[in-house]
Design a binder for this molecule. Structure first.
Ligand code: HAM
Length: 423
């Protein structure tokens, strides 16, 4: 009997991995250009870290964490997101003592026990970035500009940046009260889930996808009309910087986030091309999080993009796999032996070389060279070994010439350089 993988946890197969690597390379390049350094944190943390940061009443903590007790009796969880572990590490290693402004990025698997569907998985991957130590709205704008830059550089254009402000501990409680009162007057129209959570987490009701709830909250009071002066100014500045840098965005006052740590600016990059899972990237400011985890009173802002969703959007134009520079077709045992040694020495020079390992006929080896898209094919038999030279076929120009085997590394290196005319 065969053993299958776990539901909602995907293999990323060789024909998909090209797209992933391209997205990862693009992210690293763009983020490093904006001054971010990579940080790597474990995939398992103490459960308490996520309860205290993401929030006890959020879906993630209530229903979606992979939590287990280890052999010492500690409650541990697979990380459902990256912000909390990065903040834990930041505080633990006192990174603020080294630099008052820290720009960090990370990349890796996250785990949430959600109902799997297109774009929603139980193991998924995020590319995330966080800036710690700056509450100036210029940094909000810079993070958003970088995110838009990343999407453009990755060649993903059917997306929209939506922004909102969720206020701060000074103004949010007032808005919450107003919203609860509004929801109370429409309780009958709300779904069961919303009736249960409207007192604990009223903002989430605005995010409910049930049509009845959407209708009932269509005229709900907007958070943006209840911001305090500080939050209002902050949000206005962020928008001004985005306008002045011609960064495209729309304000969505109904956007709330599924994690409790957000304050002020929040945002999502959404698409219409992924069905129900429309958020490709999301994030926001979390000015109270680091202090609440026992660290210094530093503000933070960041985002994470879902790699599976990015890859689904990118798949419209798949990336070609790398082609061998040379395929050595060998005839007979001595030639097969020599082909292996030749290949080994060429690989040391960073040339991509393939041979046949299955004892196939010359015709079949040539077919394979063609299928792999090899740029050159060297045909090696007993005669060629004896005279120490062999025909090298250029598959691009369909020309062939006899070359000395000792010349092969130099010739290949020269001819594979872009712009060098072929013989
Ligand atoms: P989030 O909105 O929970 O935020 O997740 C960010 C992104 O991860 C989503 O927009 C989506 O692309 C992807 N994602 C989330 N869940 C799944 C899933 N089950 N399957 C596939 N993709 C998924 C956070 O995680 C915050 N830590 C973001 C952040 C960073 N805020 C500040 N800094």
């Amino acid at each position: 009997m065969t053993i299958s993988g776990i539901k909602g946890m995907n293999d990323i197969l060789p024909n998909e991995v090209q797209t992933w690597q391209l997205l990862e390379r693009t992210a690293r390049h763009i983020f490093e250009t904006y001054g971010f350094s990579e940080i790597r944190v474990p995939v398992v943390e103490k459960t308490e870290l996520f309860c205290r940061s993401i929030g006890e009443t959020t879906d993630i903590v209530e229903k979606e964490m992979y939590t287990f007790t280890d052999k010492s009796g500690n409650s541990l969880s697979l990380r459902p997101e990256g912000t909390a572990p990065v903040m834990r590490s930041f505080i633990e290693h006192k990174l603020h003592a080294l630099d008052p402004v820290n720009k960090l990025y990370y990349l890796g698997p996250m785990f949430r026990y959600e109902r799997p569907q297109k774009g929603r998985y139980r193991q998924f991957h995020q590319i995330g970035a966080e800036v710690i130590g700056v509450d100036d709205p210029r940094i909000d704008a810079q993070v958003l500009i970088m995110l838009v830059h990343f999407f453009a550089a990755a060649g993903i254009d059917a997306v929209e940046l939506q922004i909102n402000s969720l206020g701060c501990p000074e103004c949010r409680p007032g808005y919450r009260q107003i919203l609860v009162a509004y929801l109370q007057s429409r309780l009958d129209a709300l779904c069961e889930d919303c009736r249960r959570r409207y007192l604990v987490n009223p903002l989430r009701v605005l995010d409910c996808k049930v049509p009845g709830c959407r209708e009932a909250t269509a005229a709900a009071p907007s958070v943006l009309e209840h911001l305090c002066a500080g939050c209002n100014d902050h949000f206005a500045s962020v928008r001004r910087y985005l306008d002045e840098t011609t960064t495209p965005y729309v304000v969505n006052p109904r956007m709330v986030r599924g994690l409790d740590y957000y304050t002020k600016t929040t945002f999502e990059v959404v698409t219409n091309n992924l069905g129900a899972q429309n958020a490709v990237a999301a994030g926001g400011r979390y000015d109270g999080l680091i202090k609440s985890l026992g660290g210094p009173a530093l503000s933070g802002i960041g985002f994470a993009a879902g790699l599976e969703r990015l890859a689904l959007l990118k798949n419209a134009s798949p990336v070609a796999p790398p082609r061998p520079d040379l395929f050595i077709a060998a005839l007979g045992e001595a030639a097969a032996h020599q082909a292996f040694l030749l290949m080994s020495s060429l690989l040391q020079r960073d040339l991509r070389v393939e041979i046949d390992y299955l004892g196939k006929s010359l015709k079949s080896q040539l077919r394979r060279a063609d299928k792999l898209g090899a740029r050159f094919v060297l045909i090696l038999g007993e005669d060629e070994l004896a005279r120490n030279s062999a025909p090298l076929r250029d598959m691009q120009t369909a020309t062939q010439e006899e070359i000395a085997l000792t010349d092969l590394p130099r010739l290949l290196t020269e001819r594979l350089q872009p712009g060098v005319p072929l013989a």
